[in-house]
Design a protein around this ligand. Structure first.
Ligand code: TRP
Ligand code: ZN
Length: 896
């Protein structure tokens, strides 16, 4: 917390440190109120630094007890988060001994060393290590760590740190100790310790190379029966990385620990991953299919960081996407390989793109817009964003598209060959992929491609085609452009890979693709590489009028304007060989109906038969997987519609029209929904696999529509059936699906069902989070009421602002995921937001800053929302005490 403006860190200012730290010996005397940390550092002067140059260490909220250099006391000064030793020994290397204390139980920020559920846990990324002891807390300083933990044995029977266990012993006064050594040099952000009363599931595995490893999942007593899925995901991740990328597990022991208070999803500390319980604990009775899938992907993500992040790390935090974009790409590929069928892969791709559009596109169009590799920040925690992660993953995916699967593997091999053990930049990664693929479009246009790292904003791709029937030629003109973003008024053309095909307008067959000048057709699908602002591609021997199917699989993170009319979209929805584009055509048909109705105040007109028939045909098509049908029938979200509208957004109007569209689909397809519900009941025992999950998803969507239609028409049969299903369900996916259907339709049975749900799962934190979140995101009725409910829930005995999962479930649920309830015409939603951001900022700035981002897009709102929103943001910005985290978000929101 500080007053006045925060300092801005710039990428161009990067300089290597004057000193390296080669090894670290840490001893912790753990005590919740006052933990003593003794640190012994081997410091080595940088070859370029002057002898005796000042040694500047980071330190945040610590009490310094002692500081010795080569055993002698040395003078130092403390200056705004820094410990400056003006006259260190002028030898090339020396030993620094530091003793300090910190206060874990007072650490509500959950960065550094903190307590949770009676145990000790750490979170050091990005800059938390300096809250434990004084250090060169930057990722290019890599050291070998040896760590001794001492603590009360009864309270903290399990003592863990990175690497291998060297020794363990009892100490006087009921205390005990453990000593750990991690042979791999690592940056401080990968340090971790855990001291707690935990139990663990263990599994020994033998790798392809014959080496044995011990895998452990540590959880609180009572949670062991919820760790099987996480362990299976870990085993599968180890096998996958070896098989697909030739990357083996490099440690004898790999540990996962779950903690109930955690700011993010999980953390890849070397050999000791620490997880939010949400991404470890699951049983069929308490977790939904989505939860199971989330666990699988986060376990994989953290495990994959062992190579992409830990073995090769980031030179500085501007390079964050080097590890995050690449690791998200890898976990997405893993999930797709695990899902199996082409259709299941497409469903995962659709999910990823939905998420990109719902979160990253708005970010890229708002005040926090930044390149995948940002140029500046004031608080690095604010840059763990959808742009760095998800758009970063798209950038890696485009490289893979351009060089092919084998080419990408060769590029990865070269990347590890060159940089294993180093702290590097995004340039080093792109260079390795390009160098391994000479002659590829990536290598020939690497400069253009790297605009993806440099330019913020979602590029726009315009496509216009014309068919000359007589000449059987089809010309396709592609244009790329980019809107200004903060600090970037002009955009340069980049490289856009456009995976495409041509679909015959008459019968939907895939047409052979032959560009003018080519000797023969090269199949029915290819990548067009756009590097200029405008390029025209001429296809010859096109035997029928085509509908272009562009950007298949979402081959680049752009917004596409292809000018296709409904007739063309209907062709693609029915026939496109690319499942992603089939889905996309369906979304565009739905979106078109909403956008057309938006001006004025009239109700949504009755839906046309062609559209209804097309959706019905998808729903009834037995060649399609249920999961895919579920995706096609799911309407674009209110947030996505608002982004497409772009300015003068009326959130209430969007909500009303979308609800009317849903209502019409519920009633027009009523018999089809009944069929879908009945035909997609899973009879076998619960398995969280893609096939079963798809059936449940479609049945749940059908149930939701049936209850919605029934409540609207005063019928009580389907609400009754939903209530029954809610009571009798054998798994959480079905139980929560039925409960959500009742809440969504505002059925009178919703209240009793909610009460029953709470009673049934009282004390199960992750399930109670769902209970809070469901109410926070509940479909807002015309009469309002969501805000009152959320305010009442804040008074509930189970609510706590200190627990991030709980605070997020209720507050982000309401402010970020329930636009109709949040954007009230009386501005009360905004007043509530401002109050909560300020309240949370005093407890946990990282979390407060995330909540603060609910207002990013205030400028796109119509009046009266825009003025009221600006006022609320200005009130937060004017608060006398504000963290750097929240200050950066609100000042950018006001200045943009
Ligand atoms: N590196 C982590 C991941 O992507 C992210 C993370 C976990 C994090 N905890 C954090 C980032 C706290 C910033 C602050 O898997
Ligand atoms: Zn990550």
């Amino acid at each position: 917390m500080r007053e006045g403006p925060a300092t801005v860190i710039r990428r161009e200012d990067y300089a290597a440190p004057a000193y390296w730290i080669r090894s670290v010996e840490l001893t912790f005397d753990l005590d919740p109120a006052k933990t003593i940390v003794a640190s012994r550092l081997t410091v080595e002067r940088h070859a370029d630094a002057a002898p005796g140059a000042p040694l500047v260490l980071h330190g945040d909220g610590l009490v310094l007890l002692r500081c010795l250099a080569d055993g002698e006391s040395v003078s130092f000064r403390q200056d705004d988060g820094l410990l400056v030793i003006d006259n260190p020994p002028d030898q090339p290397s020396f030993t620094l001994e530091i003793r300090n204390t910190c206060a874990p139980e007072k650490n509500t920020q959950l960065s550094g060393l903190y307590t949770s559920g009676g145990g000790f846990f750490t979170q050091c990324e990005a800059e938390g290590f300096r809250r434990i002891t004084y250090f060169l807390d930057r990722p290019d300083v890599m050291a070998v760590y040896t760590v001794t933990l001492r603590a009360d044995k009864a309270k903290y029977p399990v003592l863990l740190s990175n690497g291998n266990l060297l020794e363990q012993a009892d100490l006087p006064n009921g205390r005990h100790m453990a000593k750990w050594h991690d042979p791999f040099p690592k940056p401080s952000y990968l340090f971790a310790l855990v001291a707690a009363d935990l139990v663990c599931r263990e599994q020994r595995i033998t790798a392809r190379n014959g080496k044995e490893h011990l895998l452990q999942v540590h959880v609180r007593r009572g949670d062991l029966d919820k760790t099987e899925h996480a362990m299976n995901a870990l085993i599968a991740s180890v096998a996958w990385d070896e098989a697909r990328f030739g990357l083996p597990l490099d440690l004898e022991r790999f540990m996962v620990v779950a903690v109930g208070d955690f700011n993010m999803g999980a953390m890849e500390n070397k050999g000791l991953n620490i997880f939010n319980t949400k991404y470890v604990l699951a049983s069929p009775a308490t977790a939904t299919d989505d939860d199971f899938a989330g666990i699988e992907s986060v376990v994989a993500h953290e495990y994959f960081h062992n190579w992409t992040g830990n073995r090769i790390t980031c030179r500085d935090w501007f390079q964050l996407s080097l590890k995050e974009g690449l690791t998200v790409y890898r976990d997405q590929e893993f999930s797709m390989d695990m899902a199996g069928s082409a259709s299941a892969r497409a469903v995962l791709r659709i999910d990823a793109v939905r998420n990109l559009r719902a979160v990253q596109f708005p970010e890229d169009a708002g005040p926090m817009a930044h390149p995948v590799r940002p140029d500046s920040y004031s608080e690095i925690n604010n840059f763990y964003t959808a742009t760095v992660y998800e758009k970063g993953a798209e950038v890696v995916r485009m490289m893979a598209t351009l060089v092919g699967r084998a080419g990408f593997r060769a590029g990865m091999d070269l990347y590890f060959q060159r940089h294993d053990g180093q702290a590097v930049t995004c340039d080093d990664f792109a260079q390795a992929i390009a160098d391994a693929n000479p002659g590829s479009a990536l290598a020939s246009h690497l400069g253009h491609f790297k605009q993806w790292y440099a330019q913020a904003g979602t590029p726009r791709l315009q496509a216009r085609g014309s068919y000359n029937e007589a000449a059987r030629r089809y010309t396709l003109t592609l244009r790329q452009s980019g809107a200004p973003s903060p600090g970037q008024p002009e955009k340069q053309p980049g490289l856009v890979p456009v995976l495409m095909g041509l679909v015959a307008a008459d019968d939907g067959r895939a047409l052979p693709l032959k560009l003018e000048g080519e000797a023969q057709a090269t199949g029915t699908e290819r990548v067009l590489v756009l590097t200029e602002a405008e390029q025209t591609f001429t296809f010859v021997n096109v035997e029928a009028p085509p509908v272009p199917s562009l950007l298949r699989g979402f081959s680049a993170p752009v917004t596409l304007d292809d000018g296709l009319d409904d007739a063309a979209l209907l062709v693609l929805l029915q026939h496109d060989a690319d499942a992603f584009n089939r889905w996309e055509a369906g979304q565009r048909l739905s979106l078109g109906r909403l956008l057309a109705a938006l001006p004025g105040d009239a109700d949504l007109p009755p839906l046309d038969d062609a559209y209804l028939q097309a959706l019905r045909r998808v729903l009834r098509d037995d060649t399609l997987d249920p999961a895919f049908k579920d995706q096609v029938l799911q309407l674009p979200s209110e947030v996505y519609v608002a982004e497409v509208v772009g300015s003068e957004v009326n959130p209430q109007r969007i909500h009303r029209l979308r609800e009317q569209l849903r209502g019409q689909l519920a009633s027009a397809l009523r018999d089809d929904w009944v069929w879908a519900f009945e035909a997609h009941q899973v009879r076998e025992g619960y398995r969280p696999n893609a096939a079963q999950a798809g059936q449940r998803a479609l049945a749940n969507q059908a149930l939701r529509m049936l209850v919605l239609d029934a409540v609207a028409s005063g019928d009580t049969v389907w609400p009754g059936r939903a209530y029954q299903r809610f009571k009798d369900a054998g798994n959480m996916t079905d139980r929560f699906g039925a409960l959500s259907a009742l809440v969504d339709a505002q059925s009178p049975l919703a209240e009793p069902a909610l009460a029953r749900f709470h009673a049934l799962f009282a004390g199960d934190d992750l399930v109670i989070d769902k209970w809070f979140n469901l109410q926070a995101t509940a479909n807002e009725p015309a009469s309002g009421g969501g805000l009152q409910r959320v305010k009442a829930l804040m008074q509930h005995a189970d609510f706590s602002l200190k627990n991030p999962n709980r605070a997020r479930a209720l507050l982000s649920g309401f402010c970020r995921d329930n636009p109709a309830a949040f954007h009230r015409t009386d501005a009360a939603g905004y007043v509530f937001w401002a109050d909560r951001v300020l309240e949370l900022d005093a407890i946990n700035p990282q979390l407060a800053a995330r909540l603060a981002r609910a207002m990013d897009r205030w400028r796109a709102l119509a009046e009266p929302w825009r003025s009221a929103a600006r006022e609320a943001v200005a009130r937060v910005a004017a608060a006398p005490r504000l963290s750097d985290d929240v200050r950066e978000i609100v000042t950018k929101a006001l200045d943009s």
